[in-house]
Write a protein that binds this ligand. Structure first.
Ligand SMILES: Nc1ncnc2c1ncn2[C@@H]1O[C@H](COP(=O)(O)OP(=O)(O)O)[C@@H](O)[C@H]1O
Ligand SMILES: [Mg+2]
Length: 395
């Protein structure tokens, strides 16, 4: 049987670049090489598209400069039979480009253009089957404000917030501060479209609020100022599938050293970070009452459905550990390590999870390609255009 080519796309200009490298390498080692010919597509921090076998070896990243210079530039092209190809652009004068037919693509980015629908849009344009949520669901999932608006409409609890745009802050900061005060301190200030706790700050009074808001505008042009849930426990749940068929995982309780899970808590613990999101300490299943677990799983399923997500997502909830109240916090449409540790605890091995992810993407691709997308008739044929005024040369 001819091996199929699976492109593993990762890296990118995102604060979660390194985490994405870890997720990609974890996935590559879980996938059976005899089924898939694994081809890395690594996007460097400066935006270069690179390929080369060594890019799926963690060791290579210890000397990133060397890893980059020993790679080959590459790009997407529509090749023969209209099939998308990954085409290399070798540096040498006489070397010929290598063309690899793209049978499937595993999207292993975290954050920014790799997770917010932009890269997904590129795949759509080249008609490449790619794993995970589509353009609109990825974009909605990345926008904390829009995801919360959808939850409110669905009757799923979220904490009160004030949305602050940079221009509005410049013009009406006093009104905005009063609105925040109405919610009451302590508050959380967070950029609307970032992840990994970057720019997220807890504030306790007017001055720390103003400082945090101004600091957060370095990262994003829109912020949410939210009521703080305290005392807090965080509960996450993963969802796998698409609108036709949805599975939910067991819940986890991530255990941070401090109240706010920092980037270091999430990714840099244990053996120095080599395990990515999977190395963070957590309790599985989360030690909460059974009916609350069910409630969270139900919310997670509904949000995933409403956003139209596919593949694997992780939905994060905030729980007041005194009152037991639960609030949806955010969805990660490409979760760290694809949340495989939650699926292993739900009796699905990592390789099976990845195969499902790929199967879901192939199904979406086939459905898309089975629909009518253009008309046989050339609307610009001579007959149709006859009589149209105002076109250059067509008086
Ligand atoms: N409203 C809140 N109340 C209490 N803690 C919060 C709140 N919002 C965020 N946090 C804390 O900050 C962390 C990061 O915020 P989050 O919204 O998850 O952003 P990110 O996308 O960066 O992960 C959360 O994991 C949680 O520990
Ligand atoms: Mg988070």
């Amino acid at each position: 049987m001819q091996q199929k080519n699976l492109i593993i796309a990762f890296g990118g200009n995102s604060p979660e670049h390194e985490v994405s490298v870890l997720t990609a390498i974890q996935a590559a080692s879980a996938l059976e090489e005899n089924i898939w010919n694994l081809v890395p597509l690594y996007i460097s921090k400066s935006g270069q598209w690179l390929t080369g076998e060594h890019l799926l070896d963690l060791e290579s990243y210890k000397e990133i400069q060397k890893a980059e210079t020993s790679s080959v530039s590459c790009h997407f092209e529509t090749g023969h039979n209209d099939a998308a190809e990954l085409v290399t652009r070798p540096a040498g004068w006489l070397s010929r480009p290598e063309r690899t037919r793209i049978d499937a693509l595993l999207c292993a980015f975290h954050g920014a253009e790799g997770e917010n629908g932009a890269f997904q849009g590129l795949c759509e344009t080249f008609n490449i089957p790619y794993s995970g949520s589509d353009v609109s669901s990825s974009a909605l999932g990345m926008d904390k404000r829009l995801a919360k608006i959808l939850c409110r409409q669905e009757g799923i609890p979220v904490v009160d917030d004030v949305w602050i745009r940079e221009q509005e802050w410049i013009e009406h900061s006093e009104e905005l501060i009063s609105e925040c005060k109405k919610i009451g301190f302590p508050l959380f200030v967070k950029p609307v479209t970032l992840g990994s706790s970057i720019g997220v700050q807890k504030v306790t009074d007017r001055q720390t609020l103003v400082d945090a808001v101004e600091e957060s505008f370095r990262y994003d042009s829109g912020l949410l100022v939210e009521k703080a849930v305290q005392p807090l426990t965080e509960i996450n749940c993963s969802v796998l599938g698409d609108r036709d068929s949805i599975k939910v995982s067991v819940c986890e309780q991530p255990l941070g050293k401090e109240a706010l899970l920092s980037f270091e808590d999430k990714y840099m613990q244990g053996d120095g970070g080599g395990k990515g999101m999977a190395s963070a300490s957590r309790e599985i299943p989360a030690p909460i009452p059974e009916e609350q677990t069910k409630q969270i799983q139900e919310y997670a399923r509904r949000i995933f459905y409403q956003l139209g997500c596919s593949g694997v997502s992780r939905l994060d909830f905030l729980r007041n550990s005194e009152s037991g109240e639960i609030f949806f916090n955010e969805i990660n449409t490409i979760p760290g390590s694809f949340s495989y540790y939650l699926w292993e605890a739900t009796e699905l091995r990592f390789d099976q999870l990845l195969e499902e992810l790929i199967a879901i993407s192939m199904k979406r691709h086939q459905t898309k390609n089975s629909r009518v997308r253009s008309h046989e008739v050339n609307l610009l044929s001579q007959k149709a255009v006859k009589g149209l005024k105002g076109l250059k040369g067509g008086k």
